[in-house]
Design a protein around this ligand. Structure first.
Ligand code: 13P
Length: 286
């Protein structure tokens, strides 16, 4: 069933758990997320990230994601991840996305708030929900950056700004920065949960979003959720599980290998990884 993220995040708040936002950089990752969520009987958010345009363009990903969501046995929100322009967000909404993230976190507070408010008006007019980001999260998509090369505190969300931003924009969810990074962790991340607690105090029950959500310890997931994180964006370590599945088939059958066997095994490995993530997000010990 295709839905926006409002109801599933409300339910997550009531149950004190987090909903997974799983990226769809390939057909296999999208199908793995659907299969895992159906197996766990949990609603989830299927995301297309603008930075994944080189793997799958929005106009191709959108119809695939909407079809998967419509046919899924659990509620699925089709969400744009890190949309960087009003033009790209508009294209997603026209394709039937039920939710969008507009990311102007690299701009000034005033520009971020004003542009996000415009996106909220556009999206709410068609029944879609909106996530925005305050504080700026470093990207380590190719895994080339050491955590020691930057100071996480330079990127943290300022809790005092959060309430003002939410009041000015009317967003449905807010991504905050407290020590996670997108991509591969080359050193154990140190998360500042005080930031999450303070933002939560400032904005009440507005769902808070953790990006860079794969590759953390069980304890970090559970503490982040206890502090008020209600949506966790998860991709890199799922993709690496797909890589391990691929390696296994290639290693077992180096000659005469057919690609659909690779795709099937990668999907199987990613499905298991997403199931584990969903269990963690539900507060289970795995
Ligand atoms: P990871 O790829 O680091 O898990 O982060 C996903 C994410 O935050 C997408 O917005």
């Amino acid at each position: 069933m295709l839905v926006n993220m409002k109801e599933m995040l409300r339910e997550a708040e009531a149950r004190k758990i987090a909903v997974g936002g799983f990226n769809c950089a390939t057909l296999e990752s999208a199908r793995a997320a659907v299969a895992a969520a159906e197996a766990m009987n949990m609603p989830f958010i299927l995301q297309h990230a603008e930075v994944h345009e080189e793997y799958i363009p929005l106009e191709l990903a959108g119809p695939i994601m909407v079809t998967l969501a419509q046919n899924a046995k659990v509620p699925v929100c089709v969400h744009l991840d890190h949309g960087s322009s009003l033009e790209y967000v508009t294209r997603a909404l026209r394709l039937g996305f039920t939710s969008v993230m507009y990311d102007a976190s690299g701009k000034s507070f005033e520009e971020n708030a004003a542009e996000t408010a415009t996106v909220v008006r556009m999206a709410h007019a068609v029944g879609a929900t909106v996530e925005a980001e305050l504080g700026n999260m470093p990207h380590n998509l190719k895994g080339e950056m050491e955590l020691s090369e930057y100071k996480p505190e330079d990127f943290y969300t300022v809790p005092e700004d959060a309430k003002k931003f939410v009041d000015l924009t009317g967003v449905d969810a807010l991504a905050i920065s407290f020590g996670t990074v997108h991509g591969v962790y080359k050193a154990t991340p140190k998360l500042n949960f005080d930031i999450v607690r303070k933002v939560r105090q400032a904005v009440g029950e507005l769902p808070l979003v953790m990006h860079g959500g794969s590759g953390l310890s069980q304890e970090d997931y559970h503490t982040a959720i206890a502090c008020g994180i209600r949506k966790i964006n998860y991709y890199t370590y799922e993709a690496m599980a797909g890589g391990r599945g691929t390696y296994q088939v290639v290693k077992d059958k180096p000659e005469g290998l057919q690609f659909h066997d690779v795709a099937m095994k990668a999907t199987e490995f990613m499905t298991e990884d997403v199931k584990r993530a969903i269990r963690l997000f539900m507060g289970e010990k795995v």
